[in-house]
Design a protein around this ligand. Sequence first.
Ligand code: AMP
Length: 281
Amino acid sequence: MKIIHTIADIRDFVRQARGKSLTVGLVPTMGYLHVGHLELMRRAANICDTVIASVFVNPTQFGPGEDLDRYPRDLERDARLAEGAGVDAIFNPSVEEMYPAGYCTYVDLERITEKLCGLSRPGHFRGVATVVTKLFNIVKPDCAFFGQKDAQQALVIKRMVDDLNLDLEIIVIPTVREADGLAMSSRNIYLDPEQRRAALVLYRGLLKGQEEFRKGERDPAQICRRVTEMIQAEPLAKIDYVEIYSHPDLVTVERIQGPALLALAVKIGSTRLIDNILLGV
Ligand code: AMP
């Protein structure tokens, strides 16, 4: 497996693959890989002949005061894990390589970014859409793989690909969880043992919402209330949002009549965690 740091070299790598008529899959990540990431890579290796995983902690998707500087990084470990999952090349550019002096072009989506994490993290999806567009243009993959764990992100990317007529397929992989239900995340490393226990309340909250839905509740406000009550019972948890929208449009609904996304963001100490579940699918 190759580790490539420049845009010129990754383009060269892709050109060689294309020369052999190989299909190319891209798995964008910020590194510090866990089994959720590896699942994306394995799926990519099943579907595409050549798999490129990007490892890039993208500064433009972090707001002031967020964890950009302390975000965990370990390229050596990532390389080992990615290779085992069938990745052919890691693209690990520097910030200067991606955003050279004078950089001033951004990709912005309306509406779909004006809720959930888009509200709590202003500018976040502008950074995500921009870096993903750049990665798509650099690698020109046939398929790109994203996780349902970041449900709004996956919908934003799909919307962007449709709106801008980008010529690739977006494949979304189900959320991979720890044995006790906590969604895997590079940020879980921030949690001390007590917080790690408290963090389970996110999944318990989602299961509560699912149970209410299965019992026949179709009022989003009512379901969110029950989920909120459950999370508030955990003293270490501070809710950012608990919301339900139609899926995949992310439109507010009075009653749940089709597929819906129950999404939540909760701070455990200073660590902000997100999770979600689909209702009615
Ligand atoms: P990140 O490195 O956190 O930016 O994530 C890179 C990709 O992995 C994104 O498409 C995420 O949605 C996906 N991902 C992260 N955690 C999980 C998980 N627990 N299960 C499935 N996909 C995940």
